[in-house]
Design a protein around this ligand. Structure first.
Ligand code: ADP
Ligand code: MN
Ligand code: MN
Ligand code: MN
Length: 335
């Protein structure tokens, strides 16, 4: 029997790329071949030279269609098979290979905001819901609305696809949620996160709910949406000195990191709402107002991982992982 392969790729839309996908029916036993698309419709090519190439880099069972059907995450190549300018995965892979002996691992907490009828999900038609306080990790219709069917289905879909989803929770702003992906190698962290994002947007269609990865979807006294990036190497997993060295290294490259930590980061990292101001750098144990937090368990064990709290919900995980590896592993290698 033939099966369906959903080819998924990241487009060239600025400032935040859009996920795109199309379906290919393949004969039983045939592996997904290289494919192409019209880059002039995805901000990836001019109309007079529009062909872009899809190269399969990660595949998993399609948890929505079931059966033998699969999801195929692709990187975008130019017709000469070199990486397209929008393809950030290729250089991420190269950097990860360069520092493979450090065995970097990542876990990302993906926050996002659900929208229906142009406003955050379960917000009143007029005005605002009650102030923040009861919504984080909440239960109950007044707090979360009728949204569990989507959350539950997305979580199960990630599990069925074999993605390394670790958990979910309702967030501080009403209508905002989080799922975590980890602990992953590189580029696995980016592959799993992008497919989990695609599944969320795709399942949202079934419920008439849309997904926003905007870093500050509602201005004012409402939390922004981040993508806390947790990171370790074989050295930080072995001892405290490497934890401190990693924090110190991050502090030497603030501008370089902020540059890839997501569009609108200066609006989100204001110093309020559990953030540190974007232009400063600080780290501390259990400190949710610091740029980088050392989790309490790590401070007790004197080894483990650190949490960079700065990345926005709208990051490209390939760029963030590459930047962190370059800074932290680069500094360790230079010693
Ligand atoms: P919190 O909300 O308290 O910041 P979460 O439970 O949401 O914490 O997320 C913890 C994150 O830490 C997860 O994404 C997980 O993958 C990550 N993590 C745990 N151990 C490691 C490790 N050794 N290296 C990298 N990331 C890790
Ligand atoms: Mn979390
Ligand atoms: Mn969170
Ligand atoms: Mn966190």
């Amino acid at each position: 029997m033939s099966y369906q392969a959903e080819y998924i790729w990241i487009d060239g839309t600025k400032p935040f790329p859009q996920l795109r996908s199309k379906t290919r029916i393949l004969a039983d036993g045939k592996t997904p071949p290289i494919w192409g698309f019209d880059g002039s419709s995805t901000n990836q090519a001019p109309g007079d030279n529009s062909d872009c190439v899809l190269n399969a880099v990660f595949q998993c069972p399609d948890p929505i269609r079931g059966g033998d059907n699969i999801l195929v995450l692709c990187e975008v190549l130019l017709p000469d098979r070199s990486p397209h300018p929008s393809n950030t995965r290729a250089s991420c892979v190269a950097t990860a290979e360069k520092y493979a002996s450090s065995e970097p691992m990542f876990g990302i907490e993906q926050e996002y905001t659900l929208f229906k009828d142009g406003r955050p999900y379960a917000w009143p038609e007029e005005g605002f819901p009650g102030p923040q306080g009861p919504y984080y990790c909440a239960v109950g219709f007044d707090n979360v609305g009728y949204v569990r069917p989507l959350i539950e289905r997305h979580t199960q879909a990630c599990i069925d696809a074999g993605l390394k989803i670790e958990g979910t929770n309702a967030e501080v702003m009403k209508g905002q949620w989080e799922f975590q992906i980890g602990v992953c190698t590189v580029p696995e962290i980016g592959d799993h996160l992008w497919v989990a994002r695609w599944l969320l947007e795709r399942l949202g269609e079934d419920y008439g709910i849309s997904v926003s990865f905007d870093a500050k979807p509602i201005k004012g006294d409402w939390n922004g949406a981040g993508a806390h990036t947790n990171f370790s190497t074989n050295a930080t997993r072995a001892g405290w000195d490497a934890i401190i060295a990693a924090c110190e290294a991050l502090g030497t490259k603030v501008e370089e990191h902020i540059a890839v930590y997501g569009e609108g980061i200066k609006d989100r990292l204001t110093g309020a709402h559990e953030t540190a101001p974007w232009h400063t750098f600080s780290y501390g144990t259990s400190d949710r107002g610091a740029s980088v937090r050392i989790p309490w368990q790590v401070a007790i064990d004197k080894k483990g991982y650190i949490e960079d709290r700065r990345p926005n919900a709208n990051i490209d995980p390939y760029q963030v992982a590459e930047r962190i590896i370059e800074t932290v592993c680069g500094a360790a290698a230079a010693k």
